[in-house]
Write a protein that binds this ligand. Structure first.
Ligand code: HMG
Ligand code: NDP
Length: 410
């Protein structure tokens, strides 16, 4: 098909939508994804006066994207991609020097993370460990009253094996770790937690839990009201994620010799520790925050966008506690991300630039053993968050935050 033919097809489809013959989302039934996207751009251009030439110049396969990632495809959006590192990370799965791909529009952010990476690597690298795995889905059921609710809870405790068998029959990679019940009046919430290997696992967990819910309804008086009862808790600030974890619970720490702190950041460890205490701990407590950190979300968001993670789950990725101690000859610092939801297969990880970013980290696809690639990604993100915390805290201590953004962010 020549460009002229494709243009003519897109125009004809756009006309059919304008005439009310077709809806935007029905275009894929009448043309390939690229032509349907071109028709939608024409419609938007006519209606809004916007020019969408750059939006139409995208690098991914429109058919695959329309199949698994987006509906009503019109094109692609682009973000600047920077890199920070090398960052030495010694984890259970991560044991290398990494360059972090960071998609961002915030000037000074990459420089800051880079400065933190430089200091951590000069100090010998960061330790990192995934200490818990569990992607959760928590349906809500209606029962008659608390008596019935307690009966359902008891049934769940006695029949976890049946639920596990049913749930795991829907996936060849996921395993049901546990089911926790919560009875609130005539509501019963069941928080299913899965080890989803290298997948972030939300689709996997949701499909598996739907199957398990059919068993609960068949064998108890509970009636399913919603497959997600918000006790999961997906993409919302929730203490349960900050305490119990969701996805991967991952922690990283580093001991930076005093002279490296002073040389790299221009401040003493005591100054960094004081900013952390008064800002990240006391200030966060007074704010009623779930995240006791400076900007872990910045690092999580930048790596998430670069590597095809679910951007909305930065909400949970921000559940981070940062600790800093000024010790005799060194600064000790740690970050503790309770609910980091990452995958190296599935979701947006197969899009071309996202897959390339995962290749930069050496974690694309399924790991051996299963789950090890997602573990490695989680450990590297935690170490990156540690780098960002150190640099920003030091910049606040040295009063360089605003000048840095004036210089690099404007
Ligand atoms: C901007 C710096 C790094 C300058 O810091 P500096 O020490 O003046 O820079 P330097 O020229 O001496 O270089 C030191 C290191 O910085 C890095 N670096 C230095 N320049 C660059 C550059 N152009 N590109 C890449 N890397 C750069 C680089 O790693 C270099 O070390 P080397 O690798 O050479 O050994 C520092 O002032 C800084 O980090 N400031 C903090 C900025 C920051 O963290 N911003 C992001 C958070 S702002 C926000 O969104 C969150 C917030 C603040 O609202 C949250 C809250 O409420 O707290
Ligand atoms: N459904 C929902 O309610 C929500 C969905 N999402 C979306 O879910 C998507 C992520 O879901 P997710 O289930 O991770 O991804 P996918 O839906 O893309 O499924 C990933 C699948 O890859 C297969 N797979 C192959 N190799 C591996 C491996 N090594 N480890 C694990 N799985 C492997 C598994 O198939 P199999 O299971 O057959 O073995 C797994 O289910 C994102 O697009 C996100 O935006 C986000 C929030 C809510």
């Amino acid at each position: 098909m020549t460009d002229t033919d494709a243009d003519a097809d897109a125009e004809a489809l756009a006309e059919r939508v304008r005439e009310g013959d077709l809806r935007l989302y029905e275009l894929d039934d009448h043309a390939d994804a690229a032509t349907a996207a071109a028709a939608r751009r024409r419609l938007l251009e006519r209606e809004t006066g916007a020019a969408l030439d750059v939006t139409g110049d995208y690098a991914f396969d429109p058919e695959s994207a329309a199949d698994a990632n987006v509906e009503n495809l019109v094109g692609g959006t682009q973000l600047p991609l920077g890199v920070a590192g090398p960052l030495a990370v010694d984890g259970d799965a991560a044991s290398d020097s990494y360059h972090l791909p960071l998609a961002t529009t915030e000037g000074a952010l990459v420089a800051s993370i880079n400065r933190g990476c430089s200091a951590i690597t000069a100090a010998g690298g960061a330790n990192a460990r995934v200490t818990k795995r569990g992607m959760t889905r928590a349906p809500v059921f209606r029962v008659a009253d608390v008596t019935e609710g307690a009966e359902v809870a008891r049934w769940v405790d006695e029949n976890v094996e049946e639920l596990r068998e049913t749930a795991e029959a829907t996936t060849s990679h996921g395993t049901l770790e546990d089911v926790t019940h919560y009875v609130v009046g005539d509501n019963v919430y069941l928080r299913f937690a899965y080890d989803t290997a290298d997948a972030m696992g939300m689709n996997m967990a949701t499909i598996a839990t739907r199957a398990a819910c059919e068993v609960v309804e068949a064998e108890t008086p509970a009636s399913l009201v919603a497959l997600s009862g918000n006790l999961c808790a997906d993409k919302k600030p929730a203490a349960i994620n900050a305490v119990e974890g969701r996805g991967r619970t991952v922690t990283a720490d580093v001991r930076v010799p005093r002279d490296v702190v002073e040389e790299r950041f221009g401040v003493a460890p005591e100054a960094v520790a004081e900013v952390n205490t008064r800002k990240n701990l006391v200030g966060s407590a007074k704010a009623g925050s779930l995240g006791f950190n400076a900007h872990a979300a910045n690092v999580v968001a930048a790596v998430f966008l670069a590597t095809g993670q679910d951007a909305a789950q930065v909400v949970e990725g921000a559940n981070c506690i940062t600790t800093v101690e000024a010790r005799e000859g060194e600064l000790y610092a740690s970050v503790n991300l309770a609910s980091l939801e990452v995958g190296t297969v599935g979701g947006g990880t197969t899009l071309p630039t996202q897959a390339e970013a995962l290749d930069v980290l050496g974690v694309r696809g399924g790991g051996d053993p299963a789950g090890s690639n997602a573990d490695e990604l989680a450990e590297v993100i935690a170490a990156g968050a540690l780098a960002g915390e150190l640099s920003l805290l030091a910049a606040l201590a040295s009063r360089h935050l605003s000048s840095a953004h004036e210089e690099l962010g404007r």
